[in-house]
Every structure is written in C-alpha cells, then in structure tokens.
Design a protein around this ligand. Sequence first.
Ligand code: FRU
Length: 481
Amino acid sequence: MNRLQKANDYIQNNKAKTTNRPYFHFSPGIGWMNDPNGFSFYKGKYHLFYQYYPYDIVWNDMHWGHAVTEDFVTWEYLPVALANDKAYDANGCFSGSAIEKDGNLYLMYTGHIDPNLGFDRDEREVAERQCIAFSEDGVTFKKYEQNPVIGEKQLPEGYLICDFRDPKVLEVDGVYYCVLAVRNAERRGEIIMFQSTNLLDWTFHSSIYEAKFEDNLLLECPDLIRIDDKDVLLFSEMPCDPEYQEVVQNTTAYVIGEMDFKKGIFTPEKKGLLDYGQTFYAPQSTEGKDHERLLIGWMHRWHQTTPPKEYGFNGMMSLPRKLTIQNGKLMQQAAINHEFYFKQTVSLENKVLQNAAFDIEGEGTGYLKLNFSPSRGKNFTIELHKSAESSTRIHVDAENNRIFYESDYGNQGIITINDCFRDDENTLEFYVDLHSVELFINGGEKVATFTAYDQGKGKTVSISAEDKIELTHIYFEEFCL
Ligand code: FRU
C-alpha cells in the first residue's frame, strides 16, 4: 500500500481514540503536528496544511496534514496531502507554502533527506531541496515530475544544503518570489530569495537578511508580507548549533522594513518579537478573504510537558491573528468570530476589589477582557484554570510596567513581560482554552501564548487584588459549541 493511503487508512481507523481535544483551537485528528504549512484562502475556504506524523505523538517522518475552515472554530479534515514517498523527500516533506495559479493550488515544500533519520545527524549526509506539488481541486495533490526545483544547482556556493528549507512563495507584479531559510558558511541563519515566472523554474535572486554572528541563530520558516505601505519579514529563530541550546531560546520575530524586489534588497527598520510566551513557533501568514493579513502559529515548545499518551494527539495551532501596522507598530488581533460560539456571562463596570476576589464560575474556557487605568490601582492578579489547589496566574504590576506569568501547570517557570502599559486606559484580552492561554495586551501591541497539557485543571476564572483597585470593565464570554 502506498504511504499516503496507509496514513489516511490509519487515521480513519484510529481517530476515534483521541481525547481531550481543545475546544476552539485546531489540533490534528490523531498523532503529532508541528508547523502550519500552505496556509491559504482557496476556492472560498481557508486551507491549512501542517507538518504531520499520524502514527504517534512524537515527531517523525513528516507528511502534510490538511484541513479547511470558514470560521477558524469548526474544521473539516481532508485526506493527508503529501507523504514522504519519493527519493527526494524520503525522510520528510518539510515545511512550505501554497499559492494559487490559474485556478490550481501549488504547494512548495522542502524535500528532506537524512539517512540517519535525524537521530545521529551527520551534516554531510543531510540534504534539503525544494519541491512542487499541485492540485486542481485543493484535495488531491500530484508531485511535479521534475522535482526538486531548487537544489545544489541553484543554491550559490557558500550556503549549506543541509539546512535549506521552508519556502514561502509570493507574487509581486507578475513575478513569483520565494524566501527560504539557509545556513551560511559561518554556520548562521540567513534568508535568501529566488525568483520564477512559472513556479517551476527558479533562479537565485539575492540574500535579504542575515542573523548577527554573535546571536548564534539559525533561522526557519521565513515569510515576507506587505502591510499597508510597509514590508514585514517574519521568521523563527533557534540555536545554530547544539552548544548554544542552553543559551539561545526558540522564538519568533518580525522585522518591519522596505523591500526592493527588483534589486532584491530588504532594508530593515525595526525588529520585534511576535510573541512573549514560549509556545508560539513557525508562524505562517496568508491574505484573508477580505485582503487582510492573517497569521497562524504552532503552539508548542520543545521539551515542554507532552500530553498524556491517552490524549492520542500532540500539537495545537494558535488562533489566527490579524496583522496591521499602527503608528509604526506591528499589531496582532485575534481573528475569530465571537458571534456563534461565545456567550457573554459577565459584563461589569467600575468593579472595586480590595483584599478580595471576583470569581467567574462555569467551564472556564472562553474570552476574558479587562480594562483598567493605573490611576485607579496598579496591581492585581488574574487566575485561570483555577481549582482549590492549582491555577495559572497572571500578575499585573503596573507600578513597574510589567506582567508576570506563572502556572502550576506545564513547566514554563516565571515569564516576565516588560513595557506593557500606558498611563491611561489599558486592555488585556485572554483566550482561554483547555490547554492554552493567549494574551493580547492593548489591542495586540504585545501578545503572549502559554500552553500546558495537564489533565484536571480547574474551571474558575478569578480576578483578585490586595490593594484597592477599580477595574473599568470586566467582561467574560464562555465558549459554547
Ligand atoms: C520548524 C521546522 C522547519 C522544518 C520543520 C520540520 O519547526 O524545523 O524548519 O521544515 O519544522 O518538521
């Protein structure tokens, strides 16, 4: 039986065994999932592909899983789109993107070859080359017969083919470009660009971004987008070599700048973090149905507590985030429809707390919005997933302009987010699901994602303060499908 058929049969026969799925975040029907791939709006639906290994809850031979949605809450799983069934992708169909051309959906992905299966990496034997697959219906994909389309022949000397991956395709004025992450001769990460007129024949265009040598970073999953009159380069950062594992943390970054496509030059202006938690990685964007820019990321951190085996799945996607630039700042707002699945249970204005807690009982999953002004009290605590013994605590310390996160669930330690607040009105928005909390500060100036798969979390949402505080607004909507 071929590998695609085998994967799809396995999923059909075993998916009923998964438990504890999140309520309103995408997760795989069964098995392991990492990066979002091929995120696109095609023939009236959002398509999301993802790095996928259906047979276990750990990373292994990468397939491309596939699902579609119209509202980002309810999803339809489609058959696995790609399996690693060719000599050029024998050890995995790694991350990539999708683009529509002449009514067909094209996928561009990395064919990964590693005879040691990633366990005992010998760089000289690893190769990553770029491949194409296409589909007329957005369901069944055929790999291009002349794959790979970018390999040693097109990659200029000095770059290492062992870390050359994650093509993101875009079209500008009738020309196709793709940005790719690569390891350079100094063993650091760089983002390079290729160009094509037909998506099949590619030539090297230029290098557009280089990680600083002293930052010891390898880059992954680049994305280049236009928002209003700015260009924004997104990428994920990881330690460039094992000896930096303890000092360099995986994270996701954006750089606002100007891209001159003709010359192939990106002029960076301002760099920032896409997420201040530690569980948001490998995000990818697409143009939405109203031409807005939507970003979705993998909610994960390597070495975090994995789900209990009986869940049968591992991996969740963030909510999609709408990206805009306001006053030179990149803003991210959750792009999820509240109309059908969230029911308001609390809306209280000018609530005073002093040595007291305000508790919201129910299922404890949904949307919480708080407004406060530091002139009416500076310190308070939000507890989520609270039971008699345990909770996740977000301490607002407006006195020192920061937030602390700590939790009895997961193993993330204390996370501090600095420079959070304004002197006047501030907004904190939380999306709380079974295994995740996403926090949007002041309309998405800063965002932080936290995940923990522990079983038996509490269901109370509690807001408390020791010193007197008056919250301008407490608003809660419970999730109900
Ligand atoms: C990012 C990443 C990508 C790669 C994929 C493999 O998480 O390492 O660079 O294509 O995962 O699954």
